[in-house]
Design a protein around this ligand. Structure first.
Ligand code: CBF
Length: 840
């Protein structure tokens, strides 16, 4: 039964450091104890790393106790649980987060101070756990925080990548990718669980066995290879509560570490070949899939973690539901188990569960299917066709032959059943909805498989969910209207306010007289009466200024660029993609630069444009845009004629821990995607929560943000979703904009010259070509003028200090809806039907 009270349950079991008997002296003793006994060092020899690890070990004493209590409670009560399958969990750092969630941050900081150590410095020792690319992976991390905070039984399942997302270096303006070995020297937050190792199979062939007895056909899969999945558990500490769930990440290993016989016969390298092959699976996050080997590896990764996770789920289920006869009672399976597919990456779990039920557990097809689709639900995170995965059938035949047969059977039953019922005899629609795309290379459509094999499909913001239903899967919606729903994304206020912006958090708590807002973010609306209050505005803006001063120091240290904290900090931080339109931002910078050159007395607020962004290694245009931003920045930052009115900063290696420094310091949040392309966005929420004004299009969650914060407090511009569709339908011609708008023309022509790349003319011309000859797929030129006008409005707003403060405050305090606890509550109500479970 859906439980609407989960949000309240979060604070029902609150505790603080005093009630835990974690006084400063206790903490000091524990840290020193671990320095000696766990790290094998002493106070005078210990490095910062050792202090950090000793501190984590001290915290873990409590975390492990809570973890055990949580697991015992869940097992005793045989709770229904959600299993969040995601190829990505972009966790960032955990130290400050765990301390805050346990209410131990201050006591730990005091204890360390006595020991001569600064906690904030120590937190910098922790490498980011960058096991994700961007939004989808960070969303998963926020969601598991909220699940634990709401005392919901949940497990995250993913891959224990040896190397997370590449570390970005900038050399002469260009992105260089370096490996990210985040756990080279050990990670104190993870626990290896060899007792729960799983084994999964790959390749081989399927044998059909005819039974003389009843005439039935039995399928037997004879795999060619076995892989061991070693689980690593990361405790997920809920805020203010007692629940500690786990994130279980699978590392791939060969069943044997090397082949003795081959080794003895002198084949020292060959003996380890299988080990190397097996370990490749969890070696790197998203290897390049432009080659065939890359594609196979990607599919194998997806199968590896999905299959290990399902085996783990079944193991736990069997423990509670095996009858005295030894038979397993599967009638409760769908009541106990919910599996959320975070995008199409874990789709293969659907045929895998069918395979286990039918081939291994002896269930009939109908019985198995009836359980299966009730277990799964699927979140779509994008409409971009390249992200809706399709795998060549021939790869499936080689890697997962039995799963291919099962997919064919699911497809046959769907096309002959529900599809035929709603679209009788309509072969065109059947071809569109089929799980198999016919063509020169036959493909398995994972998105379609998700829709057919799940009981719920959701998008991640209202507009996106509408487009998923009406544009992406309209015929499926005709078959199963109720399957489609919306869950607008959210972010955890614990990390994205409390931990990253402690002074703002303190102001809110002191003014409200309570820190209830940390779980019930809506409470901040009670501060509305202060939005106009001069004293409150002064405090709020002083905090923003202090955050900008801190960021200016980081910028100087990382890039050597000096920025003035009194300037407007205008930030665009997100993955680099043409639809996100960093190139539009750049075009405006070029236009503004020219305006100042042409009119050196131009009155304007000094403006610092800050970018943080990684480009996919194989995405040439994205890398060219990074190069252009850096080259344009170099020229502008060193041009004395403009007297520092404009600065352009590209922060290398954008990641969670850097975002935590950038977001509290932002005045303006650029969310400028082409309407209809950004499913939701979550950076937009984090920035608004911290008092940035959105300069954005009516896209994704921007629409809902503005609904909450008021359009008058933000700068909205550009074509709407419908207008984008109609401009495209009517034949968009970017040359018209180029020829008509002299600022566009001049900015683009500049890129043809060597003005920004002395001695190398045309190095930046690729951007102009993409925008003109390439057709400007994402309508940057069509939106340029209205973007420039929105900038002008922002300038005006910023000039009115009181008005700006009011808008910034209103943005920050009206973001209650974008608490990930609310998103999770929506999943509980609409998709998972989970009960809270308080842990004593
Ligand atoms: O839903 C989380 C995020 O996912 C993406 O990053 C994705 O990977 N598809 C989208 O691009 C974001 O809009 C979305 O917020």
């Amino acid at each position: 039964m859906a439980n609407k009270k989960a949000a309240n349950a979060a604070s029902a079991s609150s505790f603080d450091s005093a009630s835990l008997n974690y006084t400063k002296e206790d903490f000091k003793a524990k840290i020193v104890h671990h320095l000696h006994s766990t790290l094998g060092t002493s106070e005078n020899k210990a490095t910062k790393q050792s202090w950090w690890k000793a501190t984590c070990a001290a915290v873990n004493e409590l975390v492990y106790e809570r973890l055990t209590q949580t697991q015992q409670t869940h097992a005793n009560k045989d709770t229904r649980a959600v299993h969040y399958l995601s190829a990505e969990f972009l966790m960032g750092r955990l130290t400050a987060n765990n301390l805050h969630n346990l209410h131990l941050f201050n006591v730990c900081s005091d204890a360390l101070k006595d020991l001569g150590i600064n906690l904030t410095d120590l937190c910098e020792e922790e490498p980011d756990m960058a096991l994700g690319n961007g939004g989808l992976g960070r969303l998963a991390a926020c969601f598991i925080d909220s699940l634990a905070t709401l005392n919901l039984p949940a497990l995250g399942y993913g891959i224990h990548y040896e190397n997370g997302l590449f570390r970005q270096e900038i050399h002469n303006g260009r992105q260089i990718e370096r490996p990210d070995s985040w756990r080279e020297y050990g990670n104190p937050w993870e626990i290896c669980r060899p007792e729960s190792i799983q084994e999964v199979a790959l390749g081989g062939y399927v044998e059909t066995i005819y039974s003389e007895k009843d005439g039935s056909l039995k399928k037997v899969w004879h795999p060619a290879q076995k892989i061991k999945g070693v689980p690593w558990d990361i405790p997920v500490v809920g805020y203010n509560g007692t629940t500690v769930n786990i994130l279980r990440l699978w590392e791939s290993k060969a069943p044997e570490s090397f082949d003795w016989d081959v080794f003895n016969a002198g084949g020292y390298v060959d003996a380890q070949a299988e080990k190397a092959r097996a370990e490749t699976i969890s070696k790197v996050l998203y290897p390049n899939d432009s080659t065939e080997a890359g594609k196979i590896l990607r599919l194998v990764q997806q199968y590896f973690f999905s299959a290990c996770s399902l085996k783990d789920i079944l193991r736990r289920y069997k423990r509670a539901h095996t009858l005295a006869s030894g038979k397993v009672d599967y009638s409760e399976f769908a009541n106990k188990i919910a599996v959320q597919l975070n995008d199409t990456h874990p789709t293969i779990a659907i045929p895998e569960l069918m395979r286990i039920f039918v081939d291994e557990e002896g269930l009939g097809w109908e019985e198995a299917w009836n359980i299966c689709y009730k277990v799964f639900s699927y979140t779509n995170h994008t409409l971009l066709p390249e992200a809706l995965e399709k795998w060549p059938v021939y790869i499936f035949e080689r890697v997962l032959p039995r799963h291919l047969e099962i997919i064919y059977e699911i497809n046959r039953r769907f096309l002959e059943g529900e599809c035929e019922r709603v679209f009788p005899g309509n072969d065109f629609i059947k071809a569109k909805l089929s799980l198999i795309e016919e063509g020169s290379t036959r493909m398995v459509r994972m998105g379609n498989l998700c829709v057919v094999g799940s009981h719920k499909v959701n998008g991640v913001a209202a507009i996106h969910s509408k487009l998923v239903k009406e544009d992406l899967f309209p015929e499926y919606a005709q078959i199963w209207n109720d399957k489609f729903c919306n869950v607008t994304n959210g972010v955890t206020p614990r990390r994205w306010m409390l931990s990253c912006n402690p002074e703002l958090a303190k102001l809110y708590t002191e003014t409200l007289g309570s820190d209830e807002w940390v779980t019930k973010l809506d409470k901040l609306k009670d501060l509305k009466k202060y939005a106009d209050n001069a004293d409150f505005q002064k405090k709020f803006m002083a905090i923003k200024h202090a955050n900008k001063v801190k960021l200016a120091t980081v910028i100087k240290a990382e890039t050597g660029i000096e920025v003035d904290p009194n300037a407007l900090f205008d930030i665009q931080i997100k993955r680099l993609h043409e639809y996100k339109r960093q190139q539009l931002n750049l075009l405006y910078i070029l236009a503004l630069y020219r305006r100042v050159l042409e009119n050196p007395d131009l009155e304007m607020t000094p403006h610092v444009f800050i970018f943080g962004s990684k480009a996919a290694p194989g995405y040439k245009m994205a890398k060219d845009i990074i190069y252009a931003i850096n080259k344009v920045g170099e020229r502008i930052n060193n041009d004395a004629r403009i007297k520092g009115k404009i600065k352009v900063v590209f922060m290398p290696n954008y990641r969670v821990s850097l975002a935590e420094k950038l977001i509290p310091a932002a005045d303006v949040s650029q969310q400028i995607s082409t309407a209809g392309y950004e499913a939701s966005g979550t950076g937009n929420m984090k920035l608004a929560m911290n008092g940035a004004i959105t300069l954005g299009t009516m896209d994704g969650a921007n629409i809902e943000i503005v609904e909450e914060a008021g359009e008058e407090n933000n700068a909205i511009f550009g074509l709407s979703v419908d207008e984008v569709k109609s401009v495209k339908a009517n034949g968009y011609n970017p040359w018209d904009y180029y020829n008509r708008d002299h600022e566009i023309k001049k900015a683009l022509d500049w890129l043809d010259s060597d003005y920004f790349t002395p001695g190398f003319p045309g190095e930046l011309a690729g951007i102009k070509r993409a925008l003109l000859e390439g057709g400007d797929t994402y309508l940057a030129l069509a939106d340029f003028r209205s973007y420039s006008d929105a900038h002008a409005r922002l300038e005006k707003m910023y000039a009115n200090k009181k008005g700006w403060a009011k808008s910034a405050i209103l943005n920050s305090i009206t973001m209650g809806k974008f608490n990930s606890d609310r998103s999770i509550q929506d999943y509980v109500d609409q998709v998972w039907s989970l009960e809270t479970c308080l842990v004593k």
